[in-house]
Ligand binder design. Structure first.
Ligand SMILES: [Zn+2]
Ligand SMILES: [Zn+2]
Length: 143
């Protein structure tokens, strides 16, 4: 009797597994997954193509280590920088032709409006109004 129950259970489990797999395949059709992977690969290839089209490196600091850290800057604004790698190459090319290639770091700087002199021009000491600069120490040492 017990053996029979166990046998039935095993059979049930097998059936359950079968149903589960069937359901899984229904919701995850293999070609849909392939398609997604293929699209990801395609997007990356297109981005690489676009990056190479604009010189392959940051136009400000020559950074070229990581593809995903390279971005397109449009001088007329962020909205025009919304380039979708899902577009066809012609459309991407037309969009990036007006852009410059920069790394994400330089891109932040451009949008933040960082002056050419960098942070030295606006040192924290200067902003806070630091007390007596050391260069005035030999004042009055004239004989
Ligand atoms: Zn850069
Ligand atoms: Zn930008």
């Amino acid at each position: 009797m017990g053996d029979y129950e166990r046998y039935k259970d095993a059979k049930k489990r097998k059936q359950y597994k079968k149903d589960y797999n069937k359901q899984y395949r229904k919701t995850h059709p293999p070609n849909l997954i392939d398609e997604r992977l293929r699209n990801n690969k395609l997007r990356k290839t297109k981005k690489l193509q676009a990056v190479e089209y604009l010189g392959g490196k940051c136009s400000k600091c020559s950074y070229n280590k990581c593809l995903s850290a390279l971005e397109f800057h449009h001088p007329k604004g962020r909205k025009k920088e919304q380039i979708n790698m899902g577009w066809n190459w012609e459309r991407i090319k037309n969009a990036i032709m007006e852009c410059i290639l920069v790394c994400s770091n330089c891109h932040r700087e451009i949008h933040a409006g960082v002056p050419k002199s960098g942070l030295t021009g606006v040192s924290a000491k200067h902003v806070i109004g630091g007390s007596n600069p050391p260069s005035r120490s030999n004042h009055g040492a004239l004989s």
